[in-house]
Design a binder for this molecule. Structure first.
Ligand SMILES: NC(=O)c1ccc[n+]([C@@H]2O[C@H](COP(=O)([O-])OP(=O)(O)OC[C@H]3O[C@@H](n4cnc5c(N)ncnc54)[C@H](OP(=O)(O)O)[C@@H]3O)[C@@H](O)[C@H]2O)c1
Length: 244
């Protein structure tokens, strides 16, 4: 898919991996929709002012179905229908399973998995009608191999893979592709809070011996959006962490 002037909605793009993805698409000439739960500051929008495409800020909570529909309708009024959706918004709420409550579990599922469902549901009909579209879901290597203290997060990210493959099968014949990126350990606010001892243990498991950069994930997301004959795949970008 040619990205020039296509409209890309990146959920959770006020910082970290989502923001890097938004910049990558903007560099490639796409119109970009930024999203987060809170009002998006003008100063963040200004960092997009040197690109040729449009940039639009749409605040809302992806875990809320009505909010998701409202956001896509807002975009439709200004930029037209969404050509590419990147379901990137995600949270963690780490606890050992013995201490995890149902509330802890469901809170993470609601954003990471139901959020992707809500947003996909909101764009899928117009994409199917247009017989064109790309959805890229940001999972995690934790969804592939699990992690201590992250039963909720791992379940959400593994669920996202099953969800993506099912939707990919349903809409492949209609020209809509659904793929998954599974990042490893990437620099962001989410990993900043991990204690140093745990970070060292994680680094020891990475054959490339370094933490990844948000821009490295963004490159692959843009590639998946462009590549016309690729659907239902999971690409781990993890410095070799999960190679088999
Ligand atoms: N960093 C890593 O090492 C790593 C590894 C594997 C996978 N991932 C995945 O990559 C994605 C991005 O991670 P990150 O590290 O960049 O996270 P981050 O720095 O914590 O950023 C998360 C983004 O999601 C937004 N967000 C959170 N809840 C939301 C909601 N309910 N509705 C809309 N937006 C919401 C946040 O904005 P507001 O707070 O303003 O709402 C923020 O823009 C996540 O899905 C994460 O699970 C990250």
């Amino acid at each position: 898919m040619e990205l020039f002037r296509k409209t890309v909605f990146v959920t959770g793009s006020t910082r970290g991996i989502g923001l890097a993805i938004a910049h990558k698409f903007a560099q490639l000439g796409a119109n970009v929709v930024l999203n987060g739960r809170h009002v998006i500051p003008e100063s963040l929008l200004e960092t997009f002012s040197h690109y040729n495409g449009e940039v639009l800020a749409v605040s809302g909570d992806v875990s809320n179905e009505a909010d998701s529909k409202r956001m896509i309708a807002e975009v439709a009024k200004i930029l037209g229908s969404v050509d590419i959706l990147v379901n990137n918004a995600g949270i963690t709420n780490d606890k050992l399973m013995l201490k995890m409550t149902q509330e802890d579990f469901e809170k993470v599922l609601k954003v990471n998995l139901t959020g992707a469902f809500n947003m996909t549901q909101a764009v899928l009909k117009p994409m199917s009608k247009a017989r064109s579209g790309a959805i890229i879901n940001i999972s995690s290597v934790v969804g592939l191999v699990g992690n201590v203290g992250q039963a909720n997060y791992a379940a959400s990210k593994a669920g996202l893979i099953g969800f993506s493959k099912s939707v990919a099968r349903e809409v492949a014949g209609r020209g809509v592709r659904v793929n998954v990126v599974a990042p490893g350990f990437i620099e962001s606010d989410m990993t900043e809070v991990i204690p140093d001892k745990l970070k060292d243990a994680m680094l020891a498991q990475i054959p490339m011996k370094r933490i990844g950069k948000p821009e490295e994930i963004a490159e692959v997301v843009a590639f998946l959006a462009k590549q016309e004959y690729l659907t239902g795949q999971v690409l781990a970008i993890d410095g070799g962490m999960t190679m088999q």
